[in-house]
Design a binder for this molecule. Sequence first.
Ligand SMILES: [Zn+2]
Length: 291
Amino acid sequence: MKTPTAIDLFSMLVFPVVLAASIAATLALMDRGVEPALAFTGPVVGAYLFVMLCERFLPFHRSWQRSRGDVSVDLGHLLVSGGLTLELLRPLMLALAVAIGGWISWVVGAGIWPHSWPLVAQLVPALIIGEFLMYWVHRLAHEWDFLWRFHAVHHSSESIDWLAGSRLHLVDVLATRSGVLVPLFLLGFEQRALEAYLVFVSFHAVFIHANLRFSLRALEPFLVTPRFHHWHHSSAPEARDCNFAVHLPWLDRLFGSRHLPREAWPVGYGIAGRPVPPGWLDQTLYPFVER
Ligand SMILES: [Zn+2]
């Protein structure tokens, strides 16, 4: 067996260490009375910067470091579909939790969610329930033409990096986030666990799209890795509509949609025929344009 190099060890440690540090920082800030939105944003931005630094010094494709003129497009998507949408959903979820969650507790007699469990343990059922919902919302976005018009924007990037993961149409991100977070909240998912979950989801999304050749073979059976998700963005015909899982790869094995050639990475990315236009506004209007 080949001895791991310093870069192999670094690539294995980056994800768990940065994730644990970001979650710990978010919870510590919340415990000191910082608003959840702020307590979440600071550590997550720090984690994004760390991934950007890794991409700067250990890029998978050096040619992808040069912008194709789409940085402002992706920044527009990050601000609108990433930041604003999450802030819109927070009060909506709180209102729903108070209204419907209170009613469920009254009918059932007690909260369903295991509030007495340690926070890390609460994240496990949240991850499994959330992932099951996300898998099917994501699969539907590929297989139902109406939703694919929106999700195609995300798949239009031909070189992916930390920022490309944020190229999501507003409707796409609203469908995915509300399809997952609202049911979790209705089950009684508490605010601290929700923030920890959101840190995990946000950092993991940036990590799996990054321009980094971090294989993480030991993690592949348990967690969606950059290599697994890069295949989801492949333009190769044999990789079409595969690897819908966002966090737990065994769901694709279970539902017969896994595509992960041993050791290999995709060669081309994006959608054949380039149907999606390049500008932010054109991409936002694209699903509504008659073709
Ligand atoms: Zn997709």
